[in-house]
Design a protein around this ligand. Sequence first.
Ligand SMILES: [Cu+2]
Length: 160
Amino acid sequence: MRLTPMFLKIGLLALSISLFCQIQACQKADDTPKIEIENIWSRPVQIENEDGRVMKSNGVVYLKIVNDGEAPDRLMSMTSIVCDVVELHETKMNDDRMMMQKVDGGLDIPAGETVEFKPGGYHVMLIRLKRSLVPGDRFALQLVFERTGTIKVDSEVGQP
Ligand SMILES: [Cu+2]
């Protein structure tokens, strides 16, 4: 059988092409972000005066966004039932003064990296709270990512 080596070669070639395709498919399947939210906490806020008059006020949430995946993601927006609007803010030094500003256009969360929201840096701004945030309280916060979609977390009021 002089043809056997030829069949063997074709067979091996077909096998390696199929293996190569499987590896490619595998790499494609792993090419996703893997987002987890950690260390979520809020500062206490009293929105009423002693006489019961409501003072419109803002609150703040700090957290860590961990991306253990192979691809980047982007935090697009946030919502919560405790306030009218949720914004992403960043505190910066401006002429020796601490200033905070809204971050527009979302926030990149690179593959394999952690983005920490902490005092003096990025924070979640709760605009016009509908109720006070009392220590020990928990409330829901939704974070919307470009690729991962919506992640719902609970923030605890208190210290980290
Ligand atoms: Cu702010």
